[in-house]
Design a protein around this ligand. Structure first.
Ligand code: GTQ
Length: 361
């Protein structure tokens, strides 16, 4: 067989492989889509959620008025990263988002508005701006707005991961609404202060499960931490909301709050876990793989796995960054890796600036 015949025959082998859904590993082109760093502006997200809300009452929506943030590299997946889903959810006065439970775990970080009550496993908890409320997997949950203004929060779920495992199971509550069988606010009456772990310390793997972490506990804890030297060169004055999952709040997701002091500029590093950030207060920028992302209050942005990143506070007041990450998943499978940038004094060269208006669409 001459070379030409061999090439023709090999081509036929490849064609037949494909016809049978087989492929030579040496020809592999099926790559995992590369999650992109991205930023969503608060003014755009909140305007669109509110506009949708003015047309769509809760009865027409089904169960939740949530607008999710999808990564442009994951168009067919409701994911900000390959493991993390994030959405802006809004509930109007008098509305109830009915009870359900699911195998994905969820967290809520309250952005705006007073008067919302969250029922988790029949305990009603009033929530305030800056509070974090968890619904670990399979706990019943329902949200109500008993106040006079809209309430908006950030939803975080592990749905891209759980869907990827084909393990998403979901149930609506048979009685539509949850009973209130426990004293109001009994869990959160417990002190969440002792569960705010400086990220620079080893995790407390004996931490109990807590469902509500109050901003009124978090803010003073950050101030106390700032007066010590237990800060992180990469993350500033940073605490993790601790829980029983190898020290993390949820089995699949960790939650952090970082304070960047005026003019603080952290050192660049990268790690295998991905994160979704939400700017609780302040303004500044984050450089991700050489691209500058300017942020201010309410904005959300993604730091993909293994992307270099460093944070800068550009204001003369502290900036507060809430974030969720998939570190517990990485740790569970021994996939966590981290690397510091040693060149250029630990800082990246900025090669472009992200413009959400140009990046959209
Ligand atoms: O509030 O229970 O954004 O189940 C997505 C799925 C919110 C919720 C979301 C959910 C919820």
């Amino acid at each position: 067989m001459d070379d030409k015949d061999a090439a023709v025959e090999l081509e036929a082998v490849y064609t037949e492989m494909l016809q049978n859904n087989l492929e030579g590993l040496w020809r592999m082109t099926r790559e995992v889509p590369e999650v992109k760093p991205y930023l969503w502006r608060w003014d755009v997200m909140s305007r669109l959620v509110n506009q949708a809300g003015s047309f769509l009452p809760m009865e027409e929506l089904g169960e939740r008025r949530a607008v999710f943030l999808f990564n442009p590299a994951l168009k067919h997946l409701a994911g900000a990263t390959q493991t993390l889903y994030a959405a802006i959810q809004m509930i109007q006065p008098g509305e109830v988002a009915r009870a359900h439970r699911h195998t994905p775990s969820a967290l809520r970080f309250i952005i705006e508005g007073e008067g919302a009550m969250m029922n988790v496993e029949s305990e009603v908890v009033p929530v305030h701006v800056g509070d974090l409320v968890l619904t670990p997997n399979w706990l019943w949950h329902e949200h109500r707005n008993e106040g006079t203004e809209k309430v908006t929060w950030l939803d975080g779920l592990d749905t891209p991961f759980v869907f990827g495992l084909s393990a998403a199971v979901y149930e609506m509550h048979p009685d539509v609404y949850l009973p209130e069988t426990k004293p109001r606010d009994i869990t959160s009456a417990g002190n969440s202060q002792s569960l705010l772990r400086p990220v620079a310390l080893e995790p407390d793997t004996a931490a109990p499960q807590h469902l509500v972490y109050r901003w009124t506990d978090v803010e003073p804890a950050l101030d106390r931490l700032a007066a010590t030297d237990t800060t992180s060169p990469y993350d500033g004055v940073a605490i993790e909301y601790a829980g029983p999952n190898n020290g993390h709040a949820l089995r699949t997701m960790g939650c952090w709050m970082q304070m960047l002091r005026p003019a603080e500029h952290t050192a660049a590093h990268r790690h295998t876990h991905s994160s979704v950030y939400h700017v609780h207060r302040g303004s500044g920028h984050t450089v991700i793989d050489g691209q500058r992302f300017d942020w201010k209050q309410g904005d959300c942005f993604v730091i993909p796995s293994w992307a270099w990143h460093e944070h800068v506070n550009d204001a003369d007041t502290p900036a507060y960054l809430f974030s969720m990450n998939d570190m517990p998943i990485m740790e569970a499978f021994d996939l966590q890796r981290e690397e510091a940038l040693n060149e250029s004094g630990g800082h990246q060269e900025i090669t472009s600036t992200f413009d959400p208006a140009k990046a959209a669409g």
